[in-house]
Ligand binder design. Structure first.
Ligand code: ZN
Length: 526
């Protein structure tokens, strides 16, 4: 039995098709977090995957936020499945039960903790040598404590407490338990790229919770007072350093492996010792700001003959579709375009539907007609070896936003000194991003009103003829390379001010390949 967890940072990470991605991960149970799929956005393409059954939890608040999903191969169909940790989201048919003691929480707290689509639990049966055993798989996306929102710290800790209570309750009832997902806390200094930079590393309440939840491998053979779960990666690799699963895209830190290990597969002590044979991370798989993590167990899964009521195939809009589609769809010739792999909710979805005619037979679109649909509908070359070639399909999502490309600016860089940019010019150079304090000025030449569609050649022409091109950035002292322009997004006296920093990705201070400390404010020219 093989199990995978991955924070995919949006289901669109599966850009070349959900089935192909799932197949490439080659696991019986694949748990993904941060799907950013809410109930209003769930479409058939995401919910109904040939060969799998799926279970989603949705955020009830913001659309397109949070969310987890568990995809099980048909040979790993669970016997029960539940959304959330509290039991409040479950109609009791097909539920797992064992909610533990929830008296520490108010009804409102319980409701809020399950309101963001952060947990799905599936219950499986496995054959362990001569006995059949129950395993509960808890797929969780634990909250992140935004330093600017102190109330979220408390929320995060409450989520941990609820998770532990539920996991231990199921364990007590005799089931084996796997807790996996994005836990959003790196456990020990070895799991962090720069623990010395963190104030009171060990005092972080999330770390303290992990210390209690997990068994302390160093605390000799007496486990009676320590945690009931094992971090399976550490179990197999107790001293491996620089094994990270998450990197900031804002600073390009993946290129210098300046990250943290916050994605885990935890197993109860007995299951880890008796059934786990290996566990590892997959830092080579790109596409998200996190990488997948896998574990392999000795036991084999015994599937249920039909999926439990939470399965997406029973949702009213999809009910029965799986059978119908597979009966009617004709396999498209490999050489023709693979529009069936298009993104959920994308333009191609509508086109695909149009191409299923009344008798249900799919027409093959010519390559020409695909080109007309725009950039997204690229023809996907099919490989003769569909598995094990995952890497070839993933490209870093944020490469473009790492900074503006020095190569696209003509003229020799001004050495050292901060340069002058008028606000008008500077505002043309920057775009805004939602998430960061700083913005990466990608597509810097594309914003002029005379050129709203961002045609680079035309913009460049505009700059050259009217303004003789934007001023070149200064070069950093250490690398002698053109800097990138950024804007202060953090509220405070400097909000909106622009500055130049080294264009290299963020990394350890001792790493000469990483960002140097060059910094220069942009003079506003007032
Ligand atoms: Zn530099």
């Amino acid at each position: 039995m093989r199990i995978v967890t991955w924070n995919i940072n949006g289901i669109r990470t599966f850009r070349w098709g959900i089935k192909k991605t799932l197949d490439s991960l080659d696991a019986d149970i694949i748990c993904v977090q941060e799907t950013k799929v809410t109930r209003d956005l769930l479409d058939e393409r995401t919910a109904i995957i040939d060969g799998y059954n799926s279970y989603f939890s949705f955020s009830r608040g913001r659309s397109g936020y949070s969310g987890v999903a568990t995809y099980c191969k048909d040979s790993a169909t669970p016997f029960a499945a539940e959304e959330g940790l509290t039991g409040l989201l479950t109609n009791r048919e097909g539920a797992i039960g064992c909610y533990g003691n929830q008296s520490a929480f108010t009804d409102e707290e319980l409701q809020l903790l399950d309101n963001e689509g952060r947990a799905v639990i599936t219950q499986h049966r496995v054959q362990c040598s001569d006995k059949v055993q129950t395993v509960c798989v808890m797929n969780v996306y634990c909250p992140r404590a935004d330093p600017e929102k102190p109330e979220r710290k408390q929320f995060k800790l409450q989520f941990y407490k609820l998770l532990q209570g539920r996991a231990e309750a199921m364990l007590k009832k005799g089931s084996s338990v796997i807790v996996l997902g994005d836990v959003n806390t790196s456990h020990r200094p070895i799991d962090h790229c720069d623990p010395n930079e963190i104030d009171d590393f060990e005092d972080n309440p999330g770390r303290k919770w992990l210390n209690g939840f997990l068994r302390d491998e160093k605390a000799s053979a007496d486990f009676s007072h320590s945690g009931k779960f094992v971090d399976t990666f550490r179990y197999f690799h107790p001293t491996r350093a620089c094994a990270f699963t998450c990197w900031s895209t804002l600073t390009g830190a993946r290129r210098t492996n300046y990250g943290t290990r916050i994605d885990y597969i935890f197993a109860d002590n007995q299951l880890a010792e008796e059934q786990f044979v290996a566990a590892d991370i997959m830092p080579e798989v790109e596409g998200s700001d996190h990488c997948p993590v896998w574990g392999v167990l000795r036991c084999s899964l015994l599937p249920s003959s039909k999926p439990p009521p939470l399965a997406t195939c029973y949702l009213p809009e999809f009910a029965g579709k799986q059978q119908k589609l597979s009966r009617f769809l004709v396999k498209v010739d490999q050489k023709s375009c693979r529009t069936e792999e298009a993104l959920p909710g994308s333009q191609e979805e509508g086109e695909r539907r149009e191409n299923i005619n009344l008798s249900g037979t799919k027409r093959t679109m010519s390559t020409e007609s695909v080109h007309q649909t725009g950039k997204k509908a690229k023809t996907i070359k099919t490989s003769s070896k569909p598995q094990g070639n995952l890497l070839a399909f993933f490209k870093p999502k944020n490469e473009k936003s790492l900074g503006f490309s020095p190569n696209s600016l003509k003229g020799s860089p001004v050495k050292g000194e901060p340069i002058e940019l008028t606000p008008a010019v500077a505002s043309q150079l920057c775009s805004t991003t939602q998430e960061g304090q700083w913005e990466a000025p990608a597509e810097h030449l594309s914003a002029h009103p005379s050129n709203p569609r961002g045609n680079k050649g035309a913009s460049l022409h505009f700059w050259k003829s009217v303004l003789h091109g934007p001023p070149p950035p200064p070069t950093c002292k250490l690398h002698g390379e053109p800097c990138v322009l950024r804007t202060v997004k953090k509220e405070g006296p400097n909000v909106g001010r622009q500055f130049f920093v080294c264009a290299r990705p963020q990394g350890h201070a001792a790493n000469p390949e990483a960002r140097c400390n060059f910094f220069a404010w942009v003079d506003r020219g007032k």
